[in-house]
Design a protein around this ligand. Structure first.
Ligand code: UT7
Length: 335
């Protein structure tokens, strides 16, 4: 265990989420690209996803934090830090964290954006927990938020059917009970992934021009097959490694919380860990791939459905663009 020298662990003490009301089901995509409900269901597990027509990622994140504040009584001025995991920031700068800060009225907070795609929430959780463990901060918000519809090409059947918009947030607070909260994480990056999942336009390499727009460089490109192969191996390997490092057997694990990119990747990871299907969290059928929001929204929904209890061992696991990947051992801390 990593926590032997710590005075505090970071515990999750409140959760919140936000999904826009508008639903795009698979039938909708049958009308706009050459696909079928059957293909999407069987190849991905997705039945529908939510789309935000008006507004941006900061609105998704702010609404998720407002939901968290409403359910917990947290006041905005109590928040010390806001970390926004996203690949769809409202703009290159200022940081989405600043826009969220203003929208929720967190007058005493600092914060920043964290770009790690589908692993963004795991990286943000570790970063937020490190701030708590340092002893310097008492209330850290980590929020995963992505408006994937803003970068999806709705003429490309390979990608547009996969993604949705959403956000979910955790409040992290210190606890001296080292048996709960974030226990350990194994996090990795490898730039080899730059060739198979990216958005080329709009950064310093390819600033926006008529040409970048004409070449559709402001949309997601994914070589699905290659990413699938890396993801199946990467997520399963790191999840098993996390279990072993934490001395957990499959009986000890209450839930695997996998990033929701493809039901087949999720199932393969659960199988490699020796977990029965009911121990694998899933909500991809309702929301598709919401990138940084998938893991905290799964946990928020399962908690609110009464399926989590204090002391439950959760293995959180993700794989995404970069490549980025990793797993965390979180012991649930809310009644
Ligand atoms: O979240 C970040 C990380 N991302 C991931 O983890 C995603 C990893 N990749 C995947 O989940 C899968 O690769 C996809 C769901 C994206 C694609 O599934 P696949 O089983 O790997 O399909 P494929 O790319 O191998 O394509 C198989 C066929 C192709 O046709 P041909 O070449 O065999 O004639 C595609 O053109 O399916 C075709 N296809 C579609 N057909 C109907 C691709 N997209 C569609 C579609 N509807 N929407």
């Amino acid at each position: 265990m990593e926590n032997i020298n710590r005075k505090f662990n970071a515990a999750v003490t409140a959760v919140g989420q936000f999904f826009p009301d508008e639903v795009l089901d698979n039938k909708y995509f049958e009308k706009i690209v050459d696909t079928t409900d059957e293909w999407i269901r069987t190849r991905t597990g997705i039945l529908e996803r939510r789309i935000l027509r008006n507004g941006a990622t900061s609105d998704l994140a702010a609404n998720a934090i407002k939901d968290l504040m409403k359910s917990s009584g947290l006041k905005p001025e109590e928040i010390d830090v806001i970390i926004v995991a996203t690949v769809t920031p409202d703009m290159l700068f200022p940081a989405t964290a600043c826009l969220v800060q203003e929208k929720i009225g967190a007058t005493n907070a600092w914060g920043f954006d964290l770009s790690a795609a589908c692993s963004g929430f795991l990286f943000a959780l570790k970063s937020g927990a490190a701030l708590i463990e340092s002893g310097g901060y008492n209330k850290v918000i980590v929020v995963g938020a992505d408006k994937m519809s803003s970068i999806a090409d709705y003429t490309d059947r390979n990608t547009c059917i996969l993604f949705g918009d959403g956000a979910a947030a955790f409040l992290l607070e210190p606890t001296t009970d080292l048996s709960i909260g974030l226990q350990d994480s194994i996090l990795r990056i490898d730039g080899v992934g730059k060739d198979s999942l990216y958005m080329l336009g709009g950064g310093s390499l390819n600033p926006a021009t008529h040409e970048t727009v004409d070449k559709k460089m402001h949309y997601i490109y994914q070589d699905g097959k290659t990413v699938f192969k890396f993801a199946v191996k990467g997520m399963a390997d790191v999840s098993v490694e996390m279990m072993e490092k934490s001395n957990l057997t499959s009986e000890d694990v209450a839930f695997l919380v996998p990033h929701q990119a493809n039901k087949r990747i999720i199932t393969a990871t659960g199988d490699r860990m020796g977990l029965p299907r009911e121990k694998v969290m899933i909500n991809i059928h309702k929301y598709g791939n919401t990138t940084a929001a998938t893991i905290p929204s799964c946990i928020t929904e399962y908690y609110r459905d009464g399926k989590l209890k204090k002391g439950d061992n959760l293995i959180l696991s993700a794989f995404g663009a970069g490549f980025t990947w990793g797993a965390s051992h979180l012991v649930w801390s809310m009644d």
